[in-house]
Ligand binder design. Structure first.
Ligand code: C2O
Ligand code: CU
Ligand code: CU
Length: 486
């Protein structure tokens, strides 16, 4: 284990000990169901999203200073349908500039909500966002240059569920808040008075911000929810700034049906799934006969000996208890989507991206001038920290490319805007079966990973797409680049 890995793991250990005591004292809280805006039946007028400071109770009785989107913390779950165009009015009620990026959407650069679509305090941004892609779980979050980590942590994040004809007719649970739940998983730190806190220092920039307490939909875990006797669907987002989460079930395997960009070809049974910040997975829990089951979440990678040693102790994040009501009495599906394996020979161009944790003092000074936020250090891709007026790559529209991402230190989650990709290899090996479908996140650690992606939408030089590490402190530190598609 190298130095940074060790720091990360030992930090998690100290943290989890404290969190465990809190859980034991408080018991399971009810699962908050995030407000749903269901637009699948049609859209009237514009869709207003108001970003504003707020106070929020995470379930410990304290009033934490947060940001919310039409709420005291996080945003609504937007349920939309393929083929719609979403007329948003995103208004900035904060004292700072902000942006709202639609993570996972296949949309043109000018409406992508990246750092170039900044919204000044008091202003409203009104993009018309065309939804052309298949059913999938996506999300939106702040992407403000140098401020993404702090703004997202404070609550500027929400979920967008895209449905299509196939997803709406599939024999799957879809009664929101009854047998179909959206779970936003995050780690938080609370001060002695129980108020959420965030601060960064040199070490925190390196590892990314790590909280000690698991929060689901804005409430401190463990949580409990009563459901009908039947299949239950959990649509899960890891919205942590920097933490990888390992998910498993108390009973039986994890039944995975979808990843970032849509349904898997077939249901995958996995003992556990590793979720990086930014990743989404949909799973089914079969409560047709069982009275209950729990989703367990552990902080950090992997389980077993190392997890025990370094505090990755599992906690029951959410316990589902079935009642007497009949629910969806359908079998676990096998085939889900028509999805052939990726064909690398379709790629015309191969590009390489080296993620760098420490650029040295000269680049660090430049990086700070360029608006990156890294406490005197800097991070880079291919030797260059993020710079707003430099385009790093130019992609030809309609091309399929292979991107090879490498790193020599620590586990990083890499994300590309503008579409979905397939993972050809992850750290030199085939990805786990649950990560072989449509993705926009890939892990890389001590080696390289390769993805294959087709670039179908346009991103001109004044509204380029981003690619970056989704440890948000690394992104703010400069581990990000920009590309056009023309
Ligand atoms: Cu979820 Cu460029 O971000
Ligand atoms: Cu994105
Ligand atoms: Cu990183």
């Amino acid at each position: 284990m190298n130095r940074r890995r060790f720091l990360k793991a030992s930090g998690a250990g100290v943290a989890m000990a404290g969190a465990g005591m809190g859980w034991a004292q408080t018991g399971a809280r009810p699962l908050p169901v995030l407000a749903m805006t269901d637009l699948t039946g049609g859209i009237e007028g514009r869709i207003a999203l108001g970003l504003a400071p707020a106070t929020h109770d995470f379930g410990n009785g304290a009033a934490s200073a947060t940001y919310g989107i039409n709420s005291s913390y996080l945003g609504p779950v937007l349920r939309v349908k393929q083929g719609q165009t979403l007329p948003f009015d995103v208004s900035n009620g904060l004292a700072d500039p902000t942006t709202l990026h639609w993570h996972g959407l296949h949309i043109p650069g000018p409406v992508d909500g990246g750092p170039h679509q900044e919204i000044a305090p008091g202003q409203t941004w009104s993009p018309d966002v065309p939804i052309q892609q298949r059913a999938s779980m996506n999300w939106f979050h702040s992407h403000t240059h140098g401020r993404t980590a702090q703004q997202t942590y404070k609550g500027l994040a929400g979920v967008m569920l895209i449905e299509d004809d196939a997803s709406l007719s599939a024999d799957l649970p879809r009664s929101y808040g009854v047998d179909d739940f959206t779970l936003v998983l995050q780690d938080k730190l609370f001060d002695g008075a129980g108020r959420m806190r965030y601060e960064v220092s040199g070490e925190v920039f390196e590892d990314g911000f790590q909280g000690d307490t698991l929060v689901v939909n804005g409430a401190i875990a463990p949580l409990a929810q009563t459901v009908p006797r039947g299949l239950v669907r959990l649509r899960i987002l890891n919205a942590c700034n920097a933490r990888f989460l390992t998910l498993s079930m108390a009973e039986g395997p994890v039944q995975v049906i979808a990843s970032d960009g849509g349904f898997l070809a077939a249901r995958v049974e996995a003992d556990s799934i590793l979720m990086s910040p930014g990743e989404r997975y949909e799973i089914l829990v079969d409560l047709r006969r069982a009275a209950s089951n729990s989703l367990n979440v552990s902080f950090g990678e992997g389980g077993g000996f190392l997890a025990g040693l370094f505090g990755g102790a599992e906690t029951a994040a959410l316990t589902l208890n079935s009642n007497a009501e009949p629910g969806l009495d359908a079998a676990l599906p096998d085939a889900l989507a028509n999805l052939a394996p990726p064909e690398p020979s379709a790629a015309r161009v191969t590009r390489s991206f080296a993620l760098e944790m420490d650029t040295g003092a000269d680049l660090a000074a430049l990086a700070a001038n360029w608006g990156n936020f890294c406490g005197g250090g800097a991070m880079a891709i291919n030797g260059q920290p993020m710079k707003m007026d430099r385009i790093d790559e130019a992609v030809r529209r309609g091309d399929t490319e292979i991107w090879r991402i490498s790193v020599d230190d620590m586990l990083h989650p890499f994300h590309i805007h503008g579409g979905s990709f397939r993972i050809l290899s992850q750290n030199g090996a085939p990805p786990p079966a649950y990560a072989q479908g449509w993705k926009d996140m890939v892990h890389v650690e001590d080696g390289w990973s390769e993805v294959m992606m087709r670039f179908d939408h346009e991103a001109p030089a004044d509204a380029p797409y981003m690619y970056h590490c989704h440890i948000l402190e690394h992104e703010d530190c400069g581990m990000m680049g920009q590309f056009t598609v023309t």
